[in-house]
Ligand binder design. Structure first.
Ligand code: FPP
Length: 245
């Protein structure tokens, strides 16, 4: 756990990429054009994280609630993920990015699942930025599935209920093994978590910006990093307890 002001660069950043639809509407374009335009900032942010030495980046691409959107938009998003994965993989590979997907894969099509699995296996040995993409992901479901896995381990006699502590629980959620996100960024002006990483965001610094995701460029990302660097993280301690002795 990083405390105080000494940690100026987040090790792990989690992002809700919001505002694609409004970006498109403002230009008289279909929502799908906004999602398409949302690919470029994904590229930019991955590059920035890599260059600055951020260890992990987790992007919310599609929530478990997004299935309720019009079928045409959902279909477009799934096609976009499928295409973007094929197009971006060589570049990610070249930059030693390690990819991992979180969320309910059973709800996704076979072709997308296969491409996701290929992206994971072909980048598994990379030692650069750890990139997590949340697709059909919900934070409450993540917690429920972890609880279920731990209960099943108890039922098999492999685990004592009393041995379930926060560390054990953290090892059962989707982002197990990664440092907790230090910085959460949400674009698009809304100030809520929308069921993203509910377990992991307990002590994360929250940064909200009105910038719509397709406009979120390198300077906008830099402003988020500067906001983070200016925060004093106390994790329940007093400022005096954290002052350098
Ligand atoms: C939310 O904006 C955005 C999404 C539901 C899709 C996000 C997907 C991308 C940016 C493409 C990324 C691709 C990869 C491979 C990671 P919204 O539609 O809710 O916008 P609105 O609030 O303005 O309507």
């Amino acid at each position: 756990m990083q405390t105080g002001t000494q940690a100026l660069l987040p090790r792990h950043i989690a992002v809700i990429m919001d505002g694609n639809g409004r970006w498109a509407a403002a230009r008289g374009l279909p929502r799908s054009a906004g999602h398409q335009a949302g690919i470029e900032p994904v590229r930019t942010i991955i590059g920035q994280c890599r260059r600055q030495g951020v260890a992990a980046l987790t992007l919310f691409a599609f929530s478990s609630e997004n299935w309720r959107r019009p079928p045409e938009e959902v279909g477009h998003l799934m096609d976009l993920f499928l295409d973007a994965l094929a197009v971006e993989l060589p570049n990610l590979q070249q930059n030693r990015v390690r990819m991992h997907f979180i969320g309910d894969r059973q709800s996704l099509g076979a072709a997308l699942c296969q491409r996701m699995a290929e992206a994971e296996s072909s980048t598994a040995a990379n030692d650069g930025l750890q990139l997590q993409i949340a697709v059909s992901y919900g934070g409450r479901s993540d917690i429920v599935l972890a609880a279920r896995a731990l209960a099943a381990a108890c039922q098999r006699g492999e685990l004592e209920p009393a041995a379930i502590d926060e560390a054990r629980f953290a090892a059962a959620v989707s982002l197990a093994g990664l440092p907790e996100p230090d910085l959460f960024i949400r674009t698009g002006g809304e100030q809520r978590l929308s069921n993203f990483l509910l377990w992991n965001l307990a002590y994360t610094e929250l940064y909200f910006t009105d910038v719509l995701w397709p406009d979120f460029d390198a300077p906008a990302f830099e402003r988020a990093l500067q906001h983070y660097a200016s925060r004093q993280r106390r994790f329940g301690l007093t400022a005096e307890q954290q002052a350098p002795k």
